[in-house]
Design a protein around this ligand. Sequence first.
Ligand code: FE
Length: 335
Amino acid sequence: MKRYWLAVCLLLSCNLLVAAEVNIYSARKEALIKPLLDKYTEQTGVEINLVTGKADALIKRLELEGVNSPADLLLTVDVGRLYRAKKLNLLAAVDSPLLREAVPAIYRDPEGYWFGLSLRSRVIVYSRQTVSPQQLSTYEALAEPRWKKKICVRSSSNIYNQSLVSAMIAHLGEDKTEQWAKGLVANMARSPKGGDRDQIKAVSVGQCSLALVNTYYLAGMLNSKIDSEVTAAKKVALFWPNQQGRGAHVNISGAGVTRSSTRKQEATRLLEYLVGEQAQHWYAEANHEYPVRAGVPVSKTLQQWGEFKSDQLPLSKLGELNTRAVRLMDRAGWK
Ligand code: FE
């Protein structure tokens, strides 16, 4: 294919076609996005180079490389990082009717600097053995004394927790959120450690009764090739918090075109592809996430959990409040 274009282009001197490639800095693991990018290359001939790493390290790299950065797109798994990248002047505004139409306004930057690609909710999981869903209601209620030493949650350095606390600040104000965080810390069964999967495993073996985790971790464990993960996941159940009120907290995986990119059009086209119907289906299914585009079917596991009411807070708010959330968690003693 490439050789064919090369021949055509030698005749027509259309070097743009040959140069079509997009470089991505991705905080999402290669296996979770590469097959989709390969399909794009197959369909368009555009080569995609993927550099994967931790979001903070990739942002640092973008900063250090400045205008000379080869990256065209930054892909992260939390809005907090996209917001930070925008603040650091690392992203460029994109004006695309296709993106505006596919991605609901609350899941993209109001100025077009970043766009959500998939959705996940941070939910309560509970032990099927020791907890009944009637005992559960809201995130707020997790601070009640009856859950003393019964809750497992990862550390405050984790951006998913920071974004949840940011949402709490947006809805309840800082004072009430701080009271809540103190109550939650008092209810922790152990000092925070491990990732979301580890919290699920801790509930499954009775180290705690409840945990706060992202939906795709539970779905991933339920569909895991590792027997012990499936066994652990089956011992817990999902509870959608705040369904009588504002709805469950939601976050995105998303991406933005870099300021340094010399191929902003190509990068935008790739983003448009990623929010297309087919890509949305594959991306959400492979990662056990919810599509950001309306009307795209969800995976079997997600179907079993039923529909839920989601928080309608614009996610840019989570980025805005991140610094306050981090300080608040520190004051509350959330390790
Ligand atoms: Fe994650």
